[in-house]
Design a protein around this ligand. Structure first.
Ligand code: ATP
Ligand code: MG
Length: 572
């Protein structure tokens, strides 16, 4: 590896090789780009990055790393009306958080506006572009269909000098918005609709977040993207499949401008079950208040996943495992969660939290006595050591660990039953206290002082181990439990694309107040992975304070993927 882009030694090994790596290897062998590999990740700053973008980020930065090349970060900011600085800031933060470093190579397509304009004039001078006075609607109507050729515009054969003059006047602001466009003169009968004289420039009076009001004409995506790649010396321009039909245009511009010609390679975008993955739809959720913002832990955005408790390691591992293919498919959300569990099982500190507390009073335990009991921080990682947890006469256990009339298979606490308290003693339930409505509000128990360490000297067994916290020492917290954002795997397939919101899961968020945490959790920082024993993996939310922490559940401990993985790679 010629270059370490991350400074992160903990990175999992690169994923299995795929067809893009194979093509790059071919180019290296043939010397097509002089042995250079240079990629880029080119987000449009019109929303936050999501898990689909992570696939592209890992692919582009990963290939550069694998082949000792470089990867640029380029903000593709050619559309002034939808782009904002907050999105740019979030994009930079998210790419960095994923563990990638673009070094000095942060670029903006808008920095190339002057050069792009010059290239547009060059095409005009070569007789390869013309100013069209048709309206957007007329142009669309003239475009033809997949089976019928397009109809040439009456302005298609304007002389070069007239085109040049009109284009310069477009730039000078002499014409109203939408009144004229610059089009490439390619082939109105082409089988590829993208080649039917595509629009290169439109008139649009909008303030651009970087160029302000310097321009009133803006280049279209297709006219900006390939040329930006070319200017940056990108060798392999990797994009998603919907751009396959744009490749002939990409190549046409590079060829006819006579500029450095990158190789465009398309791959299948990531789709995830139970997840919407388009910025337009995610923006809708934010604007309509269906979620609490782009970083709502239910969102598939990187900032949402981060807030929820996902780690960059888990996301990179996921991107490696799903691989890169040429055919569209949908990945099971359970695989993403599985990758998180695997990572956190290795690294997360184990802590105790009681989400729905039920008070337990140990009648034979001395009032005022407190013992500091030793508890293991992570059984998977001996280096994580131990901590002490306070034990006292009044505790909380999980309400659903007790049943007054337990069925056969329920081995936890019930009247007269004995269970083990994790890291502590056996307790036996002697009496059930109820409120006037008949709700169980407290258990009176006794403990066996001989059972510290988890077993009884007389050899008697218990069938369950419960977690608990000491009532006097517990920290009260809010805990947010999340479920999938959508209630069906593929809402578009069920409802048609327009009605996808009918399938928003109404139970995607459950907020629990008055949860009781062991004292060590008061200082947990967001981003610090923690397992609440028996309950799942959690992360502190920035909404919390040391006095009143807030935790998000990232995933439960139940691994749905491990179960379905048996069905083989088709499930991916
Ligand atoms: P969206 O469809 O969510 O609006 P986009 O493609 O318009 O996304 P861009 O900001 O243009 O968003 O994307 C930046 C890069 O990320 C592009 O190269 C794009 O191909 C890639 N990308 C976007 N979505 C996915 C996805 N789901 N899987 C893989 N790559 C993606
Ligand atoms: Mg795009």
């Amino acid at each position: 590896m010629a270059q370490d882009h991350t400074g992160d030694a903990g990175r999992p090994a690169p994923g299995p090789s795929h067809f893009i790596a194979t093509r790059i290897r071919e180019d290296l062998e043939s010397g097509r780009f002089g042995g250079v590999v240079h990629t880029r990740f080119p987000p449009e700053p019109n929303g936050y990055l999501h898990i689909g973008h992570a696939k592209s980020i890992c692919l582009n930065f990963g290939l550069a790393e694998e082949f000792g090349g470089l990867c640029n970060l380029r903000l593709d900011d050619t559309n002034p009306s939808k782009e904002e600085q907050v999105y740019i800031d979030a994009i930079l933060e998210d790419v960095r958080w994923l563990g990638f470093d673009w070094g000095e190579r942060l670029y903006y397509a808008s920095d190339y506006f002057e050069q792009l304009y010059a290239w547009a004039e060059q095409l005009v001078e070569q007789g390869m572009a013309y100013v069209d006075d048709l309206s957007a609607e007329e142009i669309r109507a003239h475009r033809g269909t997949l089976t019928a050729p397009g109809i040439p515009s009456p302005h298609r054969d304007r002389p070069v000098a007239e085109n040049l003059e009109l284009f310069r006047r477009m730039r000078a602001g002499e014409f109203p918005d939408g009144s004229r466009v610059l089009r490439a003169k390619i082939d109105m009968a082409s089988g590829n609709v993208n080649l039917r004289d595509p629009v290169l420039y439109r008139i649009l009076r909008a303030t651009h977040h970087r160029t302000g009001d310097a321009w009133c004409i803006y280049p279209m995506y297709d006219f900006a993207h390939g040329q930006s790649d070319s200017l940056e010396g990108i060798t392999h321009s990797i994009c998603t499949l919907e751009f396959e039909d744009h490749r002939p245009l990409y190549d046409w511009f590079c060829r006819n401008l006579g500029i450095f010609h990158p190789r465009q390679i398309e791959f299948a975008r990531l789709n995830l079950t139970y997840t919407v993955m388009s910025k337009r739809k995610l923006l809708q959720l934010v604007q309509e208040g269906a979620v609490d913002g782009w970083d709502d832990p239910r969102m598939p955005t990187l900032s949402g996943l981060r807030r929820r408790g996902f780690t960059p390691e888990a996301i990179r591992d996921f991107c490696n495992r799903i691989g890169v293919a040429k055919k569209d498919s949908t990945v099971d959300l359970a695989l993403l969660e599985h990758c998180l569990r695997e990572d956190l099982n290795r690294r997360a500190l184990r802590r105790t939290a009681v989400l729905r507390p039920l008070k337990v009073v140990i009648e034979n335990y001395p009032e005022g006595q407190v013992e500091a009991l030793e508890a293991v921080n992570n059984p998977e990682d001996p280096a994580a050591g131990t901590r002490t947890v306070p034990f006292s006469r009044e505790l909380y256990i999980e309400h659903d660990d007790f049943l007054e009339d337990p069925p056969k298979k329920f081995f936890r606490l019930g009247p007269g039953r004995e269970v083990r308290l994790r890291f502590a003693y056996f307790i036996q339930c002697r009496k059930v206290v109820k409120d006037p409505s008949g709700q169980v509000v407290e258990l009176r128990c006794t403990y066996d002082p001989e059972t510290l360490g988890g077993s009884a000297p007389d050899g008697r067994k218990v069938k369950a181990t419960l977690h608990w916290v000491s009532a006097a020492h517990a920290v009260s917290a809010q805990v947010r439990l999340y479920d999938r954002l959508l209630s069906v795997p593929d809402p578009a397939a069920e409802a048609g694309d327009a009605d996808w919101k009918t399938y928003l899961n109404p139970d995607s968020l459950e907020v629990l107040e008055g949860c009781r945490l062991e004292p060590a959790l008061a200082g947990a920082a967001p981003g610090e992975p923690i397992q609440f024993e028996r309950l799942g993996y959690f992360a502190a939310d920035p909404d919390g304070t040391p006095e009143r922490p807030v935790f998000n559940r990232a995933v439960t401990l139940r691994d749905a993927w491990a179960k379905i993985a048996g069905k083989g790679p088709g499930g991916m």
